[in-house]
Design a protein around this ligand. Structure first.
Ligand SMILES: Cc1cc2nc3c(=O)[nH]c(=O)nc-3n(C[C@H](O)[C@H](O)[C@H](O)COP(=O)(O)OP(=O)(O)OC[C@H]3O[C@@H](n4cnc5c(N)ncnc54)[C@H](O)[C@@H]3O)c2cc1C
Length: 575
């Protein structure tokens, strides 16, 4: 985002965090990566939150202090010695920084706590397994000794998934567990260790000709916004969705085979494109968030890399109703799906047009003249992927439907702006939180017939708080419905105020009958809502599986998926 200012410019933080500090843990992405609001967004915030330049003169809770955990190590010396024997002396860490580093992810609550030096739940020891044998030995030993085991993939959890509530060990897969096991061009698959990062996987596939002597280059097709800070294993066990999922599918559509090391033993799914041999073990294990076992290897279906065929588009609709009707028709017409499909509601459109520098341009004037009114109009942008005639046809058919529903074509200009920020927008968060402005996201899954009431109901709650921005979009779309992704931005003074508001949004997602998560998973943060959302009988099935794989509850204990959540912490629907 261009950071040009004509008037007062806050001193947005752009220093590499102090080594060993809290900030070096909660800051997103590369230590020297920064993004600050441009003047337009800065003005929007001042206006919406009733703030002045004076409110942006002093930063608060920067978290530049050195990490101090003050948490005793509860494991016995002989247990630590055993870990040293298993993974080697150099792969066992007991210092405060390493322990805190793996216990917190990217939940806003994590950032708020660490900024204030609040360290609640950390492992006693961090282990860096070198291979799957190390993992097998660790899990077996921990099961015998009843030591809790947590797994750290990329650390981008937004559900308190990593928090080591019961102490024990955290396996950090980043340093060693990130290699390619097999590339199979004939079957169009790749098998990798679960700790491989998104960029490393994609770089490997893009360079398949050079690396494996392949006939062509490939792509994984999975690009979550957290791409640069997440791992293949993390994607699978949280059932993530990339921004191109409308064409490539969610991660569960791409998984062909997996191996998990559980306290009960190793379980490997079958390597077939599809089968009918009882319920799917792949689907039973995907989404288990480290509570059944450690995912070690994944075989993914891959795709041909053809960026030259991508066609970008963007449209503006007169209303959210017109936009939803067009989205549904596009997805139900069976001409193929675009890959990025992003449809913003009026409030998000208003802000997006400012951020994408459309506000005040000739395009903006044309929209106003033609009756696309501010705070009613809705921006739709995206692109197509696939074979050249396919992408051309998808764009053509989609164009006809948008026109039929009264949309105006806006060229590819807004899409190109969105693309520039798609992976670096997360850097904005800490710039805002430095001044006490909270930005957080909540997401759910809905059918077309329930979308209007879920959108209106959740939004009504969000807007019941004065001076709060609430932007919503759909970004993973299906013939039967879509996700709804709620973003709020508000000046809040305390962590409690943030938590109350965030929980209120979740209560309303639950109240209006949407699924509590489309792709972030449940973790420990959303677990209180799970039983009411999916029902006791379904949760009992998950619990029975937990008992089978992990009878001693050593895997990610302390609230994950509500497996061991006390009754009084459950959230029951309020009507
Ligand atoms: C800025 C931002 C944008 C995001 N955008 C998206 C998005 O577009 N789409 C999306 O789907 N998600 C998104 N997320 C959420 C997050 O990136 C995903 O949940 C991601 O799949 C987590 O992967 P990870 O490797 O970072 O997992 P981690 O954070 O390391 O772990 C997540 C959970 O999985 C467990 N786990 C990790 N690896 C293993 C393993 N090998 N075996 C067993 N358990 C394991 C952990 O214990 C934890 O419970 C976003 C997050 C952020 C911060």
């Amino acid at each position: 985002m261009s950071d040009k200012y004509k008037e007062f410019r806050p001193n947005w933080e752009n220093e590499v965090p102090v080594e060993g500090s809290y900030r070096s843990i909660f800051k997103w992405g590369a230590p020297d990566g920064f993004k600050s609001p441009n003047e337009k967004l800065y003005k929007v915030m001042k206006d919406k939150f009733n703030l002045t330049d004076d409110d942006f003169k002093e930063k608060i809770y920067l978290g530049n202090e050195k990490v101090e955990a003050n948490k005793e190590i509860a494991l016995k010396p002989e247990q630590i010695e055993m870990f040293r024997k298993i993974v080697g002396e150099e792969n066992v860490k007991l210092d405060d920084y390493s322990r805190v580093d793996v216990a917190y992810g990217m939940t806003l609550y994590d950032s708020l706590r660490l900024r204030r030096g609040i360290v609640e739940n950390i492992p006693d020891v961090v282990l860096y397994p070198r291979d799957r044998d190390d993992i097998e030995k660790i899990v077996k030993y921990c099961n015998e000794e009843l030591i809790p085991v947590y797994v750290f993939g990329g650390g981008s959890s937004v559900t308190r998934g990593l928090e080591a509530v019961k102490g024990g060990v955290t396996l950090d897969l980043r340093p060693h567990f990130n290699k390619v096991i097999e590339f199979n061009e004939k079957n169009q698959t790749i098998t990798v260790e679960a700790g491989m990062s998104g960029p490393k996987l994609e770089e490997t596939l893009n360079n398949a000709v050079k690396l494996f002597g392949a006939k062509r280059a490939y792509t994984c097709g999975h690009f979550p916004q957290s791409f640069e800070g997440s791992s293949v294993g993390g994607w699978v066990v949280t059932r993530g969705a990339g921004q191109n999922s409308t064409y490539f599918g969610k991660i569960e559509d791409m998984v062909m085979q997996q191996e998990y090391v559980t306290p009960t033993g190793v379980i490997v799914s079958d390597p077939f494109p599809a089968q009918a041999v009882g319920p799917s073990i792949d689907h039973i294990m995907m989404g288990s968030e480290g509570a059944y076992g450690v995912l070690t290897h994944v075989t993914l279906k891959i795709f041909r890399l053809m960026p030259e065929n991508q066609r970008k588009f963007s449209y503006i609709f007169k209303s959210w109703e017109d936009a939803q009707a067009a989205a549904r028709e596009i997805m139900q017409s069976q001409f193929g799906f675009p890959s990025v499909f992003r449809l913003s509601d009026p409030e998000e459109t208003d802000i997006a047009l400012k951020l994408y520098s459309v506000d005040g341009t000739i395009l903006d004037k044309m929209m106003s003249i033609k009756g696309y009114k501010k705070m009613e109009r809705c921006l739709f942008l995206g692109f197509t992927d696939g074979e050249t005639k396919f992408t051309k046809n998808v764009k053509k058919q989609l164009h006809k439907i948008c026109k039929k529903h009264g949309a105006m074509y806006l060229t590819s200009y807004p899409t190109k702006h969105w693309e520039k920020g798609r992976f670096n927008d997360p850097y904005l968060r800490e710039a805002l939180v430095d001044y006490g402005i909270m930005i957080d996201t909540m997401e759910c899954s809905v059918t077309w017939d329930s979308m209007p009431k879920v959108h209106a109901g959740v939004r009504e709650f969000c807007k019941s708080r004065p001076n709060t921005v609430n932007m919503t979009h759909m970004s993973h779309v299906y013939p039967q419905g879509a996700n709804l992704y709620f973003i709020f931005i508000a000046k809040m003074d305390t962590v409690e105020e943030y938590l109350d508001y965030q929980q209120g949004i979740l209560d309303n997602i639950q109240k209006y009958g949407a699924s509590m998560s489309h792709h972030h998973g449940i973790g420990k943060m959303f677990a209180p809502w799970i039983e009411d959302s999916i029902g006791k009988n379904q949760l009992e099935v998950f619990r029975a599986l937990k008992k089978h794989f992990d009878p001693n509850n050593i895997m990610n204990p302390g609230g994950t998926m509500a497996f061991d959540l006390p009754d009084e912490e459950k959230r029951v629907r309020k009507y």
